[in-house]
Design a protein around this ligand. Structure first.
Ligand code: SAH
Length: 242
């Protein structure tokens, strides 16, 4: 059996009880090097298989092979495994293989949720996730979806905002969103949410690119009602407070 285990944003206290149990009871743990290091303190006798970035398919094939050999496999994935994580490709490979191996997934705290709880309460209304990585998605599709987020005035959670290979996509996203949203729209940048080196910036749409943004940053762009006050970013749901 394959247990797809979400390991959350970084702090081991953010794993669910059932996720911890699935790792403890596994005979083999498979994952990306960085996430294996993260859960290392929890590991006892489990065998460990890890590899680097862009080796996702290989990693999942290994998990499948081990499960077919009778191992109890925990495939670990950062944040939530179902949000730009390993859950999808793992299911696809198992289906292609004849669907004989069972999968159980354990949800986790995705970067946007971890960031939101640090910022205040910015995602209290309708929201979307958009990844700016064009490794697996055509840039035209990404642009179209940013326009749609703007048209709908969704709170927009931006993942994979900037890498060395594509430093300008975040500028592009900002420009597109400014076609629909005010330049003063509240924005929260959280780097390394729930990790030792966490950094929080509260800013606005027009200035958001003036700050350090990297692949460990998640960005939350508010809607027309989102405001920043006393160090907190808040989106009102609309409750009558009278
Ligand atoms: N499955 C993961 C997302 C993987 S995509 C999840 O659910 O969170 C990788 C992107 O997620 C990063 O480029 C960054 O934008 C975001 N991310 C993941 N962990 C983060 C953290 N601790 N702090 C800030 N952003 C994070």
């Amino acid at each position: 059996m394959i247990h797809v285990v979400s390991t959350g944003p970084g702090d081991l206290n953010c794993l669910s009880y059932e996720a911890v149990k699935a790792i403890e009871e596994a005979t083999v743990v498979v994952g990306y090097k960085k996430y294996i290091e993260l859960i290392r303190p929890m590991l006892k006798d489990q065998k460990v298989h890890f590899n680097g970035m862009k080796k996702e398919v290989e990693r999942c094939r290994k998990a499948l092979q081990l499960a077919k050999e009778g191992e109890r496999v925990a495939l670990v994935s950062g944040g939530d495994a179902g949000i730009y994580g390993m859950a999808g490709i793992m299911h696809e490979l198992v289906l292609e293989d004849g669907d004989e191996v069972a999968i159980q997934s354990y949800p986790g705290i995705t970067a946007a949720m971890a960031a939101a709880s640090e910022l205040g309460a910015p995602i209290v209304h309708d929201s979307v996730y958009i990844s700016l990585s064009d490794l697996l998605t055509d840039i035209e599709v990404i642009k179209k979806r940013i326009h749609a987020a703007g048209i709908g005035d969704f709170i927009t959670c931006i993942y994979n905002p900037k890498s060395k290979g594509r430093p300008y996509y975040i500028e592009m996203a900002k420009e597109i969103l400014m076609e629909y949203k005010s330049p003063e729209t509240a924005v929260g940048l959280v780097r390394n949410a729930r990790r030792d080196n966490q950094e929080i910036i509260l800013t606005d749409l027009k200035s958001m690119c003036d700050h350090t943004i990297d692949m460990s940053t998640v960005i939350i762009v508010g809607n027309k009602d989102t405001f920043i006050k006393k160090g907190k970013m808040i989106t009102p749901r609309g409750y009558d407070k009278s």
